[in-house]
Design a protein around this ligand. Sequence first.
Ligand code: NI
Ligand code: MN
Length: 225
Amino acid sequence: MVKITYFGHSCFLIEGSKGKIIIDPFLKGNPHVKVNPNEISVDAILVTHGHQDHLGDTIEISKKNHAPVISVYELVQHCLAKGAERGHGMNIGGSYRFDFGEVYITPALHSSSTGEGTYTGNPCGFILRIDNKTIYHAGDTGLSTEMNLIGELHNIDVAFLPIGDNFTMGPADAAKAVELLKPKMAIPMHYKTFPEIDQDPEDFADKVGDLAKVKIMGFGETYEL
Ligand code: NI
Ligand code: MN
């Protein structure tokens, strides 16, 4: 059994039998979920790209938990330079088996740099294999034909997809992504945090229709997969 908690925006806490990870821990400054980064207890931090609404409190959480930052190489180097305790650099197409499960890095059609303009490599998404479940976190991305291949190669149980539009896919493109990825379930993310991404997850659910089950997670809600 895998426990998924949604902390709003693109941040998910995932708990399997062999460990706990957090993805894109944008906690301080998140208007919907008040979570103190100090209260986060994890074995690893996965980050999709260098933008502040994803990198968020990564450094602080890494230090406090002595936990590695897992991402593309350049972003990991940046985190280590900024004080992250440990890091594991990867790149697109690569996979690695960690204690908590396996991570495979997928491409994302986006950009990646820090607020100060530091280059942090290419943006990415993650395919996670934890306790025999396959979870896809798309990161920030536009719709891409790569998703066709990701769907063909991986039997996705649940896909976290951005629907906010403006910076990423909107509801219509995200519904098309579901058609390509063929997950059993889709969970919308990256919406309502800022005025530019004020999209309705019900609109996404309508557009997905019968292609997959859509689970709209409340901010702070936990779901058992
Ligand atoms: Ni971004
Ligand atoms: Mn973003």
